[in-house]
Design a protein around this ligand. Structure first.
Ligand code: EPS
Length: 410
């Protein structure tokens, strides 16, 4: 059974929900582990007033008993505290003044969002679904939905950690300010990044990044950036070369591109590889002999066998993990709600109108790191379960240990 999930929920609706299916039985799943990730996602310099209203907490509605997964679908709910301010405008059922209109339902004239924001889903979504009120699009297009994906990803992280796989991330660019990429020590990087208001592991660059966000804010503008996600402890052989939709890099890239506002993904050397000769790009292969006392239970069980002298590939070759850390960078565009709006056109009258202004963030790259970690963790967990899958953790454990023994015997 493949791991899969659905989310539902509007940004100012009652709650966000997710159903995660395919998790094995017997995984200890404390709600705290999910809440910790939800709290991380709410942080970061550049967020707007909404994050002062919300204090995201998960309710695990099904799929767990006494803190352990049952193997049944896990239903999650995150309440929107802001809902109490939107109950009337976001009522799921008809209320006075919204009944009896022709065409797709919408709120009274005076409450419609009319002027599509350049860069947002507003215009294309309204044209596609036949909405007259752009709110009918923006509520679901909102990155609020990433709270649900963060919760699902947090569960994936718990599973991966059980098998020694750790996923982390940090910001490497805000606007024009750059910081160094991953240097080999994920825990050190994580500690430095989590101590930074912009989730950047370089303190000096962090200060300049905050300056960049301030500059955007002062101009009623927004700013984007680049973040990097790293996964260590990944065994070789997740994903497959045999078919397009089993390639691990394709799946991870697709998942990352599906996060609101993401515009590009690169693995390892990425676009730079296109500029260099093959000898400077591909990673020479070596071999580290296994010690006699090697065991599939030892913490350094993956430290032996075939290795690469560098990691320009970003840990994936031929659509499969190759045993090196997976390193992937993602470009996020500036958020499309501008307090100094760009020109737009009324969806109703077609006259020129500044783009509408919805309360929003100035920069959400630090928060996007957490979402990036979540979707990468989900894709890795999915690939891991496809390879070692069983219905219980004990069964997967046996399968995984058997594979590690197989790698040693090559
Ligand atoms: C968002 C707009 C803002 C952000 C929101 C994403 O919300 P609001 O319009 O309520 O101020 O805060 O992000 C979240 C609510 C969140 O949880 O990340 C948008 O338009 O995408």
């Amino acid at each position: 059974m493949s791991l899969r999930f659905l989310t539902a929920g509007e940004s100012h609706g009652q709650a966000l929900t997710a159903i995660l299916e395919g998790m094995p039985a017997g995984l200890p799943l404390p709600a705290d582990a999910i809440d910790a990730e939800l709290a991380r996602r709410q942080t970061g310099y550049g967020r707007g007033r909404r994050m002062k209203i919300e204090q995201d907490r998960v309710q695990i509605l099904s799929g767990c008993r006494f803190g352990y997964t049952l193997g049944s679908p896990i239903a999650l709910q995150i309440t929107n505290r802001d809902w109490k301010n939107w109950e009337e405008r976001m009522a799921p059922q008809a209320t006075a003044g919204t009944e009896g209109e022709e065409g797709p339902p919408g709120p009274p004239e005076w409450e419609r969002v009319r002027s599509p924001r350049p860069g947002h889903a507003d215009l294309a979504g309204a044209l596609k679904y036949g909405h007259r009120d752009l709110r009918n699009v923006l509520e679901r297009a909102s990155a609020r939905e990433t709270a649900a994906r963060g919760a699902v990803g947090a569960i994936a992280k718990v599973l991966l950690r059980r098998f020694g796989i750790d996923v982390g991330g940090h910001v490497v660019r805000i606007g024009d300010v750059e910081a160094p990429g991953f240097r080999g020590d994920l825990e050190a990087m994580r500690q430095a990044a989590e101590a930074s208001e912009v989730r950047c592991a370089d303190p000096e660059a962090s200060v300049r990044m905050i300056g960049e966000i301030e500059r955007a804010k002062a101009q009623g503008d927004t700013v984007g950036g680049v973040f990097e996600i790293i996964a260590v402890g990944v065994p070789p052989g997740l994903g497959s070369h045999v078919h397009y939709d089993r390639k691990l890099d394709g799946r991870i890239a697709g998942a990352l591109m599906s996060i609101q506002a993401m515009k590009g993904v690169e693995f390892g050397l990425g676009f730079e590889a296109a500029r260099r000769f093959g000898s400077e790009v591909h990673d020479p292969i070596g071999y580290i002999p296994y010690p006699d006392d090697w065991s599939p239970d030892s913490p350094d069980r993956l430290a032996y066998g075939f290795t690469h002298h560098r990691n320009n590939a970003g840990g994936i070759e031929g659509g499969m993990s190759n045993g090196e850390p997976i390193v992937v960078r993602v470009a996020m565009k500036p958020i499309s709600t501008l307090y100094t709006p760009l020109p737009s056109v009324s969806f109703e009258t077609k006259e020129e109108l500044p783009a509408s202004i919805e309360r929003s963030d100035y920069c959400a790259v630090p928060a996007a790191v957490v979402v990036g970690e979540a979707v990468v963790a989900f894709e890795l967990a999915r690939a891991f379960l496809e390879k070692f899958g069983g219905d219980s953790i004990a069964e997967i454990d046996r399968n995984y240990r058997g594979y590690l023994e197989q790698l040693r015997s090559v």
